[in-house]
Design a protein around this ligand. Structure first.
Ligand SMILES: Nc1ncnc2c1ncn2[C@@H]1O[C@H](COP(=O)(O)OP(=O)(O)OP(=O)(O)O)[C@@H](O)[C@H]1O
Ligand SMILES: CC(C)(CO)[C@@H](O)C(=O)[O-]
Ligand code: BAL
Length: 336
């Protein structure tokens, strides 16, 4: 029995339902140094190292250990540390992947400038309780790249809206790499895999729930609340590329979402236009979208649904450019 199985308030969220988790209070500090996790760059070496840990658990009387996987693209911060800490609290073995996945980048400059900081990442992962890291290069992950992979996973219509409309192919790339990561890190039975994703990437979480359910993949998805800076900015690896002025300006995203959250809490009509106008009034922001959608399907709420108290939980999602980066944020809108 794992810590998660024992905790009655931690029953798995069924696939397709929304999150009810509040944003997390900020703890952007990496924590006290822990043992540095073992890093493997090949699939074979990683699988062998995981099998050793599963056997060691059995020797210690844990015959069906759970493995908590935290997929990341590196450049880790307090948001990622929260994922690892939650995985540590709920599982017998905690592993992470660090891989900047070229399939999910449309913009070559975004891929080129994506920060790569494996040594610092290792320290953050160790401090948060991760013991094993899979950090392949592109050739290991996609032998023959860019002529491979030939067969990929499609996110379907959920991958064409919101982020997907601005980043065509992005969610197909995410689904393809995550399906591979789940296959590579699947522990030998009777051990079980759980995979941790942040609410910060709310559309990604919704798409990956469908990937798991629609393809019957043997993994349990565990959501983790969004972690913000003390000022309210959603922590993101891309924040490091913002000027001090843009950092300040970017707080408008949280202000706009907080207004919608207040409307929802009070059972008032949701002030979607006012929230959009707030972001548009910020000179350093270029609004891409601000939408209110169904939590599980990502379908936009109708005008009637926006005007009446919510009957089911919704999600307000925003994306805006603060040159040279594009930021996303979201808030869960609860039933009043
Ligand atoms: N502020 C945050 N709060 C909660 N989870 C987060 C936060 N930031 C990232 N995550 C989660 O960490 C995982 C890895 O994300 P990723 O490596 O893309 O980091 P990131 O900071 O979101 O990067 P970027 O914003 O540049 O895309 C994802 O599941 C993501 O949702
Ligand atoms: C899930 C993920 C690691 C896949 O590359 C990435 O999209 C991310 O970091 O959110
Ligand atoms: N956190 C989502 C990964 C990306 O922006 O590509």
């Amino acid at each position: 029995m794992t810590p998660l199985d024992r905790a009655p308030d931690r029953t798995p969220v069924p696939a397709g339902t929304g999150l009810t988790l509040e944003d997390a209070t900020v703890d952007a500090t990496p924590g006290t140094p822990g043992p540095l996790p073992e890093v493997h760059t090949t699939r074979a070496a990683f699988r062998a190292a995981l099998a050793v840990r599963v056997r060691a658990a059995a020797v210690n009387g844990i015959t069906a250990p759970t493995v908590g996987l935290v997929p990341t693209m590196g450049a880790l911060h307090g948001g990622h540390a929260a994922l690892v800490r939650q995985a540590r609290a709920e599982n017998d073995i905690v592993i992470a992947s660090v891989f900047v996945n070229p399939l999910q980048f449309g913009d070559p400059a975004d891929l080129e400038h994506y920060p790569r900081t494996l040594e610092e990442d290792r320290e953050i992962l160790g401090a948060a309780g991760c013991e094993l890291v899979f950090a392949p290069d592109v050739e290991e992950m996609y032998p023959g790249y860019p002529d491979a992979p030939i067969v990929t996973v499609s996110a379907g219509r959920m991958g064409e809206v919101l982020e997907g409309a601005s980043r065509p192919g992005h969610f197909d790339g995410v689904c393809t790499v995550v399906a591979k990561l789940w296959n590579i890190t699947a522990p030998p039975a009777p051990a079980r895999l759980r995979s941790y994703f942040g609410q910060k990437d709310a559309q990604q979480l919704a798409v990956l729930r469908r990937l798991q359910a629609d393809l019957d993949i043997a993994v349990e998805i565990r959501p983790v609340p969004l972690v913000r800076s003390p000022e309210g900015l959603a922590l993101s690896s891309r924040n490091t590329r913002l000027s001090p002025e843009s950092l300040e300006a970017a707080l408008v995203l949280h202000r706009a979402l907080a207004g919608l959250r207040e409307d929802a809490d009070a059972g008032r009509p949701l002030g979607l236009e006012a929230a959009r106008a707030l972001v548009e009034a910020e000179p350093l922001a270029r609004l891409d979208y601000l939408e209110i959608v169904d939590h599980a399907t990502l379908e936009p709420l109708t005008a009637e649904q926006l005007d009446a108290p919510l009957e089911q939980e919704a999600l307000a999602l925003v994306a805006a450019a603060f040159e040279p980066v594009r930021l996303i944020d979201n808030v869960v809108l609860p039933v009043p």
